[in-house]
Ligand binder design. Structure first.
Ligand code: NAD
Length: 485
């Protein structure tokens, strides 16, 4: 099996690696070097039709393949991902700009965990039975939805792609999946792994292309019965507008503007260490990053001083250098967006405490897209900087006097994905956790993930939940059978 990045990526349809029908390609750029190092298919509705036809042909057999065999195949894919950690991590880093150590430690191991988790999960999935005493008995079947679409973003490419595909396949669906056109390489390499693992042809089909060109054709295709999407709130809204009148099942995991609420009684060292991570991991390009840091007034100055000192030590550098704490941001378009957000913060009256500048590296990375980790204060809760998602290495500081004020600031957002609470007062932790309008709350930790827990957001952060049984329920249709006794 050759897992070197090719100069030209192919779609994976009906078990074969094929060129896009229209013959068009998009350049794939390494954001750390600026180099175009491969070409990605610019697929369109014709490729979606071919993938759907392959999935349809595979569905009758796959949907009745015993769970034990689905387990075996998905587990085999997990093993092959683990065995090829180095090649996959390098591909992820070259596509995305994230430090190689991060791809090795987080992204790729999580991709194999996703397959392993849902491979074993399907062996334990059970359904309800409702007994009407001596009148009747009901039992509920959970049948695969059919052909489903999975669309994922660029920030955690293989990690989030597999988080959707694994439960969809485990539940007996055939899948048409599209990774982000900005980071297609590891999804392409997954096609080769699936071939090697012996996944039957057409069970999983991977298309490459843009949102408007390929993603929207998937969403509009009448044979695709469910869409699991992770990405921006803007695209989520478009997808809902197309899918809702077609009565498709939709799961939308969208943007975030998450509060990191720090009370004076926190475990200082742990809070400080974790807040550096929750602010800037993956260049701040994680939907769960705590981009609004809310600090109790009595410790605000102390926090500010130590936080800034630590942020200044975060080395921005070549993602292949193991000493780099921060790599490149993902694309030219995103680089411009983050810079314009920093300009906007200044126009709104914000003060940059550290960062705010582009970083120019020399040598291999002289044309790379690097931005200093940036901390901004002096802005109100309702300004655009504190309301709109930046999704880059930029955080703001605000102070609060009381628990009520902390909650008010935390909930001044159209988003509601996650929140972190730092306090040693367990009653307060529970009180605040119950009142913050977010789907995922961490107390005295961040990004600690148990794959069985429901994952998703309130408000503009999305609809539906992923993870554990929630994902297997999404990818199945319940059917109740009532038998009169
Ligand atoms: P994006 O919405 O631009 O693209 C995401 C994916 O959707 C890509 O594959 C893209 O090609 C496709 N797409 C775009 N428009 C589409 C359309 N109209 N129809 C169908 N497909 C379409 O998002 P992005 O810039 O790749 O990712 C960043 C966003 O993702 C941020 O907002 C971030 O918060 C969010 N995100 C959310 C989660 C979560 O779990 N809630 C996780 C990671 C990222």
């Amino acid at each position: 099996m050759n897992l070197n990045a090719p100069a030209q990526i192919a779609n994976y349809i009906g078990g074969a690696l094929v060129a896009p029908v229209g013959g068009r390609y998009i350049p794939n750029i390494n954001p750390a070097t600026g180099e175009t190092y491969s070409q990605t298919p610019d697929s369109d509705a014709q490729d979606v039709d071919a993938a759907v036809a392959a999935a349809k042909a595979a569905f009758p057999a796959w949907s009745v393949t015993p769970a034990e065999e689905r387990f075996r195949l998905l587990n085999r894919i997990a093993e092959l991902i683990d065995a090829n950690l180095d090649a996959l991590a390098l591909a992820e880093t070259n596509d995305n700009g994230k430090p190689l150590w991060l791809s090795k430690k987080v992204d790729i191991p999580r991709a194999s965990s996703n397959f392993r988790f849902f491979a074993t999960g399907i062996m334990h999935f059970s359904t309800d039975s409702h007994n009407m005493e001596d009148k009747a008995i009901n039992y509920t079947l959970r049948q695969p939805v059919g052909i489903v679409g999975c669309i994922s973003p660029w920030n955690l490419p293989l990690y989030l792609f597999t988080w959707k595909i694994a439960p969809a396949l485990a539940a007996g669906n055939c899948v048409v999946a599209k990774p982000s056109e900005v980071t297609p390489m590891t999804a392409y390499l997954l096609s080769i792994i699936c071939q090697e693992a012996g996944l039957p042809a057409g069970v999983l089909n991977i298309l490459h292309g843009t949102g408007p060109g390929c993603g929207s054709a998937m969403v509009a295709h009448p044979a695709i019965k469910a869409i699991s999407f992770t990405g921006s709130t803007r695209a989520g809204r478009d997808i809902a507008a197309t899918a809702a009148p077609m009565f498709k099942k939709i799961s939308l995991e969208l943007g975030g503007k998450n509060p990191n609420i720090i009370f004076a009684d926190c475990d200082w060292d742990k809070m400080m260490r974790t807040t550096i991570q929750s602010s800037f991991s993956n260049q701040g390009q994680i939907c769960l990053c705590g981009s609004r840091i809310l600090v109790e007034e009595s410790i605000y100055e102390k926090f500010k001083e130590e936080f800034i000192a630590r942020v200044k030590k975060l080395t921005v550098g070549d993602p292949l250098d193991e000493n780099s704490k921060q790599g490149a941001v993902v694309s030219n378009m995103h680089f411009d967006k983050v810079r314009s957000c920093i300009d906007l913060a200044l126009q709104e009256g914000g003060k940059i405490l550290t960062g705010g500048n582009v970083v120019k590296l020399s040598g291999r990375c002289e044309n790379g897209l690097f931005i200093e980790p940036t901390v901004i204060e002096g802005l109100g809760a309702n300004c655009r900087t504190n309301m709109e998602e930046i999704f880059g290495p930029v955080v703001t500081l605000q102070s609060f006097k009381t628990e009520d004020e902390a909650l008010q600031l935390a909930n001044t957002s159209d988003y509601g994905l996650s929140a972190t609470i730092w306090t040693q007062d367990i009653s307060r932790a529970n009180r605040v956790a119950a009142k913050v309008g977010s789907g995922i709350i961490w107390v005295n930790c961040w990004l600690l993930r148990d794959l069985r827990t429901p994952f998703g957001g309130f408000k503009n952060s999305g609809v539906g939940r992923e993870g554990g049984w929630e994902a297997l329920r999404f990818f199945t249709e319940p059917k109740n059978v009532c038998i009169e006794l």
